[in-house]
Design a protein around this ligand. Structure first.
Ligand code: MN
Length: 496
């Protein structure tokens, strides 16, 4: 996936001229130390760049203007080591278009009990300087993340980590292109949405491309390219005997490889970050893309089936946010339930297209008939997934706004092997429990399509939603249906 170290956040310290040269020198020294320490921390995935202390409305405006224009700058971390009268910040904050994290920290961890004097007090004022800064952002109704804690504290670093990853996702959406092959699955409601509003709000463009144009690219694939990819399949996966060279269905494996090469060529030529397809519009294609979608997702492309561009884009953004972390992110669908009262759970899967990045062990490459679509049997990767904490995220179009809905879950191993289930799958238990979790999801209008994440937390997605200025709704350990319904009701007013 993406190397997040190509991106940077700027560490900006606020002060004022009243303190004199000596104090301001110390402020700059300390800021440099903190910025360098954040930059060097393995917990922070992006570069942290020190910026000279800002002490006037002009300097503040200039740094915000520079941040807006800097291509690799995905956000600002602001800290008031001393007092920085916040009316100075109005002009800059008004034009700032990048996310802001307010780091409420202090250079000294401990009070130096023996030596503390008024010089120390004069220098270490963030306890009140940051309150002044906080006020102006609240007064201006600006979204930001406030992280409180010492700058060497693992807990503070983890919160900054989540925010930088969310900012990387936001940055990735700016100017991104998503291709739709075919429209929405007929009559389906939740996968529809306002693509114009999405471009205004999210920054990415979704446009349609004729399946025939894709088929043309697929058909230009050479035998040599197909040979190489089929060899890669054989080296990477356990091929079902009929798919092996000389096997009765080997030709279908070659067809699947041809589709994968064709789609990747199309996407890379058009600089797309993801795509959707639909089984109702595959004119000229031999199979529904199965292994192709699975592998392209694991290379970092966003994908969702049935024309669901909102989920395709979300899958991509979450892959960017999770870059370098253990575990993966995949397109997912709530498929079927286990309602045993002692052990209620959801089986998640899709017709075919679950990303290989969440696989446990070596996937098995198989071919089986597909009941819908009327095409030849598609090749797909079949696997189970790792147990552990995970989440499902869904963006829904509420008509007047977008809602990002997250359900924290715990993935579990299947109770038995599933020898006749020919698709990749995940079993999970929703928080706070099956009944409340699923009821809350349905009340919130959450889609059956989601991005399933093994490596992001609700904190990443909450930060992401706040940066986008959209509604965020969490179903987690503390969710109570009575409160939850009220939250949805109140949000109707808040987003009116
Ligand atoms: Mn589906």
């Amino acid at each position: 996936m993406l190397d997040l170290k190509k991106l940077e956040v700027w560490f900006v310290t606020g002060s004022q001229d009243l303190y004199g040269e000596e104090t301001l020198k110390k402020v700059a020294e300390h800021s440099k130390v903190i910025a360098a320490s954040l930059n060097d921390s393995p917990q922070i995935p992006v570069r942290v760049v020190f910026k000279p202390t800002v002490k006037s409305p002009e300097e503040i405006f200039a740094v915000c203007q520079d941040a807006n224009a800097a291509k690799d700058c995905i956000g600002i971390i602001a800290w008031m080591h001393t007092f920085s009268p916040a009316k100075m910040w109005i002009g800059g904050l008004k034009i700032l278009q990048k996310p802001l994290l307010h780091f409420h920290t202090q250079f000294n961890r401990d009070i130096p009990w023996e030596n503390i004097d008024m010089d120390f007090m004069n220098l270490n004022q963030s306890a009140h300087g940051d309150r002044e800064f906080g006020f102006i952002m609240t007064r201006m109704r600006l979204n930001r993340k406030v992280v409180v804690g010492h700058w060497q504290d693992t807990e503070s670093l983890e919160k900054i980590n989540a925010w930088t990853r969310a900012a990387a996702g936001l940055n990735d959406w700016k100017g991104a292109r998503y291709a739709r092959f075919g429209d929405n699955m007929r009559y389906v409601a939740v996968t529809e949405g306002d693509k114009v509003e999405a471009e205004i709000k999210f920054g990415y463009a979704v446009n349609t491309y004729g399946v025939g144009d894709l088929v043309k690219v697929i058909n230009e694939t050479t035998d040599k390219q197909i040979d190489a990819l089929v060899q890669e399949y054989a080296d990477t996966y356990t091929l079902m005997p009929s798919l092996v060279k000389g096997g009765a269905q080997h030709q279908s494996l070659r067809e699947a490889a041809k589709i994968e090469i064709g789609i990747e060529t199309f996407l890379s030529a058009g600089n797309f970050k993801g795509f959707t397809d639909t089984f109702e519009d595959l004119h000229g294609m031999v199979q529904l893309p199965g292994i192709a979608a699975q592998r392209l997702m694991s290379k970092g492309y966003g994908f969702a089936g049935e024309g669901d561009w909102k989920t395709a884009a979300l899958v991509r953004a979450m892959k960017v946010m999770g870059s370098g972390l253990k575990g993966g992110n995949s397109f997912m669908e709530d498929y079927t339930y286990h309602f045993n009262p002692d052990n209620r759970m959801v089986l998640g899967a899709h017709m075919l297209e679950i990303c290989e990045s969440i696989a446990q062990g070596k996937p098995s490459c198989e071919i089986h008939p597909l009941g819908i679509g009327g095409k030849a049997d598609p090749v797909r990767l079949v696997f189970n997934t790792e147990p552990g904490l995970a989440l499902n995220a869904s963006i829904v179009d509420m008509g007047n706004r977008f809602r990002l809905l997250v359900n924290e879950v715990v993935a579990v191993n299947p109770l038995q092997s599933l020898p006749k289930l020919p698709v990749a799958r995940v079993l999970w238990k929703p928080y706070p429990n099956m009944h409340t979790g699923c009821a809350a999801w349905i009340l919130a209008g959450g889609a059956h399509h989601t991005c399933y994440s093994q490596n992001l937390t609700s904190e990443h997605l909450q930060d992401f939603a706040e940066m986008l200025g959209i509604e965020f709704v969490l179903i987690g350990k503390d969710t109570n249906l009575y409160q939850f319904k009220n939250e949805l009701r109140w949000n109707e007013i808040a987003f009116k």
